[in-house]
Ligand binder design. Structure first.
Ligand code: UDP
Ligand code: MG
Length: 159
């Protein structure tokens, strides 16, 4: 799988709070409307092993056990979105971690009030995105196809 140019990829999780609140369509729609290409999607239940790797940078935090319990409280929707500088674009669409002060217009800014229950995860760097995509998806779960709208989403020299 390529991870450069318009084929840069990022991992997004629709978190359990969003599943419970019926926000899957709203959140997926935000990425669609931005002009990003969905190349992988599935519902999955996360376990301690996967969460330990996914949130390894937070393993020493007091909130780590409750974060893991929250992420196991219902299934999540895992998605891979593709596009030019998609890691940065998706982080901006999501907004900052503390949802109640996240920018209005962002997903967290519009849809959430909590630091923990902040409705989405998005990879924070190109390097981590590649690791996270490969942690959550196998090669045959990632799809390659032409998106007709790309000629309107990008200029000729960007594609
Ligand atoms: N989190 C939390 N309490 C905190 C900080 C983070 O519960 O004080 C949770 C929250 O769900 C957050 C996730 O841990 O989204 C991962 O934290 P990170 O700092 O990586 O934030 P993100 O990249 O999700 O904005
Ligand atoms: Mg993070």
């Amino acid at each position: 799988m390529e991870f450069d140019g318009v084929r840069e990829k990022t991992l997004v999780l629709v978190k359990p709070d969003a599943i419970q609140r019926g926000l899957i369509g709203e959140i997926v729609g935000r990425f669609e409307r931005k002009g990003l290409k969905l190349v992988g999607i599935k519902m999955m239940s996360l376990d301690d092993e996967l969460l330990g790797k996914h949130y390894s940078h937070l393993a020493d935090k007091d909130f780590f056990p409750s974060l893991k319990n929250f992420m196991k409280s219902s299934p999540v929707i895992a998605m891979v979105w593709e596009g030019l500088e998609v890691v940065t674009a998706v982080r901006l669409l999501c907004g900052i971690t503390k949802a109640r002060t996240a920018e209005a217009g962002s997903i967290r800014g519009d849809l959430a009030m909590s630091v923990s229950c902040n409705v989405v995860h998005a990879s924070d760097s190109v390097e981590n995105a590649e690791k996270e995509v490969n942690r959550f998806f196998t090669e045959d779960e990632l799809h390659r196809y032409n998106k007709a709208e790309y000629e309107h989403v990008y200029a000729d020299d960007e594609r």
